[in-house]
Design a protein around this ligand. Structure first.
Ligand code: ADP
Ligand code: MG
Length: 229
C-alpha cells in the first residue's frame, strides 16, 4: 500500500498526459510536480469530463483546469471558425480575474500558441467590452455579471455562444453565489450547450456549490481532497 502511495506522489505532469510545451512552460516557473488535486483532475479534464474539484485554498486548482483547457485548444485556435469564445472562466472578483488572466496569458506566451484571451471587467465601458469581444477571443476571463451585460447588450450573440462554447469554468464557485451572481449564472446557463464541458472549482462544499452543480454540470466527477471518510 505504501509503495502505491509513493508512486502516486512521484507522478509527473507527463504521466498525466500533458503536452510538452505546457510542461516546459511550467518548468520555467519552477513547477515540476503536480499537486494532488492536479494529479486527479487533469486526466479527467483532458478526457472531456465534467468535474467538481474541491480542495483547500492554495492547492493549485487554477492550473488544474487551465492546463487541460489550454491543451484542448492547442491543435487549432477555435476562434478561426467560431463567432463567439470557446471558453469562459467565471470568477467572483476583479482581483481573481486579473490573476487568472495573467496566469493564462503567461502560459500561452510561453507555449507560443496562437490563442487569444481577454478579461472583461466590471468597470469597462460598453465600447471597451465590445472591442474586447470583437477581436474574437478564444478564452474569456470574467465575472458572471460582465458576461450577462454582454449578452443583454447583444455584444455576445446567444446563438453564436451556443455553437462555440466548449468549456465553462466556475472558479471559486463557493464565492460566486455569495457575491450575488446567481441570476447572472442562471441566465448564462440557458445558453450553455449540452456538449459543453463544465468545471467547478471550490475550496469548500456548501449548499451554494450544490446549487451551482445542479444548475450547470452534467453527471460530474466529484473530486474532494483530502478525501473524507
Ligand atoms: P487554489 O486556486 O487552489 O487556491 P492556486 O491555483 O491559486 O490555488 O495555486 C496556489 C499557488 O500554488 C500558486 O502560486 C501557484 O502558482 C502554485 N502552484 C500551483 N501548482 C503548483 C505545483 N504543481 N507545484 C508548485 N506550485 C504550484
Ligand atoms: Mg483558486
Amino acid at each position: 500500500m505504501g509503495e502505491e502511495e509513493q508512486d502516486e506522489e512521484e507522478q509527473s505532469f507527463e504521466e498525466l498526459g500533458l503536452d510538452t510545451r505546457l510542461i516546459r512552460a511550467l518548468s520555467k516557473k519552477s513547477i515540476e510536480k503536480p499537486t494532488p488535486i492536479q494529479r486527479v483532475a487533469i486526466p479527467l479534464i483532458l478526457e472531456g469530463k465534467d468535474v467538481v474539484a474541491r480542495a483547500k485554498t492554495g492547492s493549485g486548482k487554477t492550473l488544474a483546469y487551465l492546463l487541460p483547457l489550454l491543451q484542448k485548444f492547442f491543435a487549432d485556435s477555435p476562434s478561426k471558425k467560431n463567432l463567439a469564445p470557446a471558453a469562459f472562466i467565471l470568477v467572483p472578483t476583479r482581483e481573481l480575474c486579473q490573476q487568472v488572466y495573467s496566469e493564462v496569458t503567461s502560459l500561452i506566451e510561453s507555449c507560443r500558441v496562437q490563442l487569444k484571451v481577454v478579461q472583461l471587467r466590471s468597470m469597462m465601458s460598453a465600447s471597451d467590452l465590445k472591442t474586447s469581444l470583437a477581436g474574437l477571443p478564444d478564452i474569456v476571463v470574467s465575472t458572471p455579471a460582465c458576461v450577462q451585460t454582454c449578452l443583454t447588450n447583444g455584444m455576445l450573440q446567444a446563438k453564436a455562444l451556443q455553437e462555440s462554447l466548449s468549456v465553462l469554468v466556475l472558479d471559486e464557485a463557493d464565492l460566486l453565489l455569495s457575491y450575488g451572481y446567481e441570476d447572472d449564472i442562471k441566465a448564462l446557463s440557458a445558453h450553455v450547450p449540452k456538449r459543453c464541458q463544465c468545471l467547478l472549482m471550490s475550496a469548500t462544499s456548501s449548499d451554494d456549490v450544490e446549487k451551482l452543480k445542479k444548475l450547470i454540470l452534467h453527471n460530474p466527477y466529484i473530486l474532494t481532497l483530502p478525501e473524507v471518510g
